[in-house]
Design a protein around this ligand. Sequence first.
Ligand SMILES: [Zn+2]
Length: 428
Amino acid sequence: MNLATARRLAVLGALLAMGTASADTLIHAGRLIDVDAGRAYNDRTIRIDGDTISAIESGFVTPGDGDTLIDLGESTVMPGLMDMHVHLTSQYSPSSNLDRFVLNEADYAFDAAMYARRTLEAGFTVVRNLGDTYNVTVALRKAIAAGDVPGPLIFTAAKALASTGGHGDPTNGWAAQFGADPGPNEGVVNGVEDARKAVRQRYKDGADWIKITATGGVLSVAKNGQNPQFTMEELEAIVDTAADYGLRVAAHAHGTEGMKRAVLAGVASIEHGTYMTEEVMDLMIERGTYFVPTIMAGNWVAEKAAIDGFFPELVRPKAAAIGPIISNTFTKAYRRGVPIVFGTDTGVSAHGDNAQEFALMVKGGMPPMEAIQSATSVAADFLEIGDTHGRIKEGYQADIIAVPGNPLEDITLMQDVSFVMKGGTIYK
Ligand SMILES: [Zn+2]
């Protein structure tokens, strides 16, 4: 490019910048949920400049020349939702165990891009991905951030960490002829040195979080869904090494002993928490450990356990026993004051159905406003992005959704998200 062309382009760029600076997007919100105040306001205008909320004004402000108006006068408007437990690379089906032998990295990547779009269109603008395959969600996070594919902002743990035969051992149930004995790079840890190596490998791979399977789980092809699967020394090595790299740890846990060890080792969240005792609840309250209930996943596996042949025979009794308990645990933990943040384990159930969790939380005793807060302001603070995300407030990222009617009166309306904006761009 010669100098004259470069100058002309610079002038053109400046003109374009002036053009966009004067044009705002205005949203007329019939009802606006203020998650900090814990209340809704009628007839508000949200002014958006680029990717940022620049003002909240009373009444329906008339747009100026060049402004874009979005009329959500009949809707309830709130911050984009956040799901703290998803698996964007998969969706459980009777063929899931076979899939591990027939799908390649690119297959997982295309599926994940599709599931990410569905998640965003369901109103979820931020997710924490707790365990994937081939580190696909690290690449997906970058592609979404670059604007190459639509999807939520992703915080990912990449491949989860387990011990040999543990819930996240990717070779569980394989025939002996495959001879698999995976190690720390594949997410299987035995002993303190392996634990440190596995965390460092995740850091190198580009993970934002560390996910561990502190006890057995429902869907792995293994007998026990509750046994503790790490020693205290291994857990401490994982949490301490993660802290060196600025990473926090999420612990899948159903059984009490493994859950208690994980809390004592200093994990940031307990996922599922099925057999959480009052002793564990009190430890979590004391240490500020969050509970991610995933009631949906419990209900879903219990429902599917009734179908002959849906699960492998080792999985079926675990699904029938563990599934129905989670909603009772949720009620007890909520009443006792355990910090709760929204999460669904979607990828067990179908992507895009995430918002069904709200109705289950409300049924379990949580008021609708608190359920919405758990998926917005509480989740943003939990992820340490509470200064920029999770609220409709001046200076915040324009992640905004709407549902028809009033979800504070009928929480199932959260499943009817009709408008999705992420970073000032409209996706639905
Ligand atoms: Zn999960």
